[in-house]
Design a protein around this ligand. Structure first.
Ligand SMILES: C[S@@+](CC[C@H](N)C(=O)[O-])C[C@H]1O[C@@H](n2cnc3c(N)ncnc32)[C@H](O)[C@@H]1O
Length: 289
């Protein structure tokens, strides 16, 4: 993101604002074909002229890889929640929520959605929603906490999260945490009975194509310049071993090739794959063994 793109009251997390802009641009530039989000523009609080300017700028920059990846991860998350609902899961936790609209789009009777983000970001989001006059469903609960420092599961419990089967959406956050914080986050999540966590992670260089490595490095430089550097990356085997050690026994890990064949072969879609990020869905189906 460039400074000039930011709203007057600048977001505490500029990468969160950037991700939300990509979701909005996906609606206009790719017809929302991978991930349709009716609130994507509204949550940004931009007027028509600014919307047109952002679309035009993105068209000129012609850098669809990150936009495509972000659209795919939220589609993957929505699909995981839909499957979980069929199993009777009625609690969703969005970790490092940023301007994610899941809890606003998915109010359903009996379903509780909890969002956790750093205190400043959580407060800023709520002020953005109020300015945009987006109603907040009773089912949505905002919790302020730091994944790297706080006893955030306790904070969530105090806000009503109960220890029952939960789908956790954790997108665009793990690369910004150091490896110990990623491990401790997954370890805490693994204590929720019937938990399923859906997240993305940045891969180590090994196995990345030259093009993917270049794209990842360029993105790394951009986010570092925004004050939110990447802090961890994982090999797929390393991530799978970590998850298995924590008791996750149903693991789906999609790399660039699997993501492209699952989400990008659509008539009329000109979005581009090619980045190195992976998406994971990991569930604990066995307890007390
Ligand atoms: C790139 S944004 C992604 C936001 C959102 N999940 C999305 O997909 O649009 C990263 C988010 O992680 C949050 N975050 C970063 N470090 C965190 C921490 N230690 N604890 C809680 N949230 C954190 C940031 O405030 C920001 O909202």
């Amino acid at each position: 993101m460039q400074e000039s793109e930011l709203p007057a009251d600048a977001p505490p997390s500029r990468t969160a604002y950037g991700a939300a802009v990509h979701r909005a641009l996906h609606q206009d530039l790719d017809g929302g074909l991978i991930f349709s989000d009716p609130l994507a523009w509204q949550v940004l609080g931009v007027d028509v002229a600014e919307r047109e300017r952002l679309v035009e700028q993105a068209r000129e920059q012609d850098r669809p890889t990150l936009r495509t990846f972000i659209a795919m991860r939220h589609r993957f998350g929505d699909e995981a929640v839909a499957q979980a609902v069929l199993r009777g899961v009625d609690q969703v936790l969005v970790l490092g929520a940023g301007l994610d609209t899941f809890g606003l789009r998915n109010a359903a009777p009996g379903r509780a959605v909890f969002e956790l983000d750093l205190p400043q970001m959580s407060a800023w989001k709520q002020s953005m929603l109020s300015a945009a006059e987006i109603p907040i469903p009773d089912s949505l609960h905002f919790v302020a906490g730091d994944l790297a420092r706080d006893d955030w599961l306790q904070l969530l419990a105090e806000s009503g999260l109960s220890k029952r089967a939960t789908t956790v959406l954790w997108f665009g956050v793990s690369p910004y945490l150091a490896a110990p914080a990623v491990k401790s986050t997954l370890a805490k999540l693994s204590t929720i009975p019937g938990v399923e966590v859906v997240f993305d992670y940045a891969t180590t260089d090994a196995g990345l194509s030259g093009e993917a490595k270049e794209l990842r490095d360029r993105l790394g430089n951009r986010v570092a310049a925004l004050g939110e550097p990447f802090r961890s990356s994982w090999g797929p085997d390393e991530m799978a071993a970590l998850l298995r050690d924590l008791g996750f026994d149903e693991i789906e890990d999609l790399g660039p090739r699997e993501l492209a064949s699952r989400y990008l072969r659509r008539p009329g879609l000109r979005a581009a794959g090619g980045g190195g990020g992976h998406l994971v869905r990991a569930r604990r189906t066995r307890w007390g063994e």
